[in-house]
Design a protein around this ligand. Structure first.
Ligand code: P6P
Length: 320
């Protein structure tokens, strides 16, 4: 007998408002997933002649997915304000709620036109009782009450945590129901797989250069085992693989102009995945310090990131 999302949520210690919020987020992800699945049919691929706050050219689907997340009815009475990779500032909602919701509506959108893996990442913070300002979003990742993602691939899969472990669901695309596939996602103790974009190797700082060179040295080197490498250019895709079978994901700061703080955004990419990885028994740092301890100073702040199986993250940390 399958376990569906609402019934599973009822087994967790969480306020009814938070359980309802997860259900509504899952519904938004289902809508985004359907739009992605039909994007070529509806001629929704390709770029717009505009850039987002990141200075990145926006895909049609970036804007459409963001609009799907902005529908106030989804958050009525649950969420006070939204923040998104695709919006310069916060987006106050008409009604107050217990939570603030931050998201990347389509992560990995450069993969859309080549039918690669993309997904939606979300993070939930507590809302202040009064007027919401941008400062209310600038909280350390440790203060998240929930985080998760949906990945739109051969299956549509949802993973989330409320701080009581990591739970995985797959979408029955015929009925629209989310079906439990793993109540407790756990990382393995060790791994022989790393994910990094090797094209930037000449720009890396010494600790990352040393770590990767030792992985590549394999059995003949200090790690005394051969490693495999994966890079999907989709954080959701790489992190889903790591949460499913282990590995380590590295997107470091490097010496390129504009990469002094790395590429990935702390609030709605790195902090939610760091919460998930820690809840699955792994570790998440900026190379040196714990991600969930970092207090953001701006909404779209970037950070270097090394996260995944503890043994590998500790190794990189020891080289800093
Ligand atoms: P690069 C996608 O654009 C993204 O934000 C992440 O999903 C992904 O891990 C990374 O950037 C890929 O970056 O420099 O390899 O294209």
């Amino acid at each position: 007998m399958p376990t569906y999302l609402p019934a599973f949520l009822d087994t967790l210690e969480a306020p009814a408002s938070l359980r309802q919020l997860i259900i509504n987020i899952a519904e938004a992800c289902r809508d985004i997933g359907q739009t992605v699945n039909n994007s070529a049919l509806n001629n929704l691929q390709g770029e717009l002649a505009q850039e987002n706050v990141q200075g990145e050219v926006q895909k049609q689907l970036d804007v459409i997915a963001n609009d799907l997340m902005l529908e106030p009815a989804r958050w009525d009475g649950l969420v006070s304000a939204l923040a998104s990779e695709e919006m310069d500032t916060i987006y106050p909602l008409p009604s107050k709620g217990d939570y603030l919701l931050t998201f990347d509506p389509i992560d990995g959108s450069s993969n859309i036109d080549v039918n690669g893996l993309v997904g939606t990442i979300f993070s939930v913070l507590p809302s202040p009782s009064g007027e919401v300002t941008e400062a209310d979003f600038l909280k350390a990742g440790q203060e998240q009450v929930a985080a998760g993602y949906a990945i739109y691939g051969p299956q549509t899969t949802l993973l989330f945590t409320l701080g009581q472990g990591v739970h995985a669901f797959t979408l029955n695309r015929d009925t629209g129901a989310w079906v439990l596939i793993n109540p407790s996602v756990r990382l393995p103790e060790s791994t022989a797989e790393f994910a990094i974009n090797m094209a930037y190797q000449r720009h890396w700082h010494p600790p990352v250069r040393r770590y990767v060179e030792e992985c590549l040295a394999g059995k003949t080197g200090p790690r005394a085992k051969d490693f495999n490498m994966r890079w999907l250019a989709s954080m959701v895709g790489d992190l889903h693989r790591i949460l499913t079978r282990g590995g380590v994901f590295v997107y470091p700061t490097d010496t390129r102009k504009g990469s002094e703080n790395g590429k990935l955004r702390l609030l709605y990419e790195v902090a939610p995945f760091s919460f998930l990885i820690e809840q699955a028994g792994g570790m998440a740092t900026d190379g040196r310090d714990r991600i969930l301890d970092i207090v953001p100073h701006s909404l779209h702040q970037r950070t270097g990131v090394v996260l995944g199986v503890r043994e590998e993250v500790e190794t990189v940390k020891s080289y800093h």
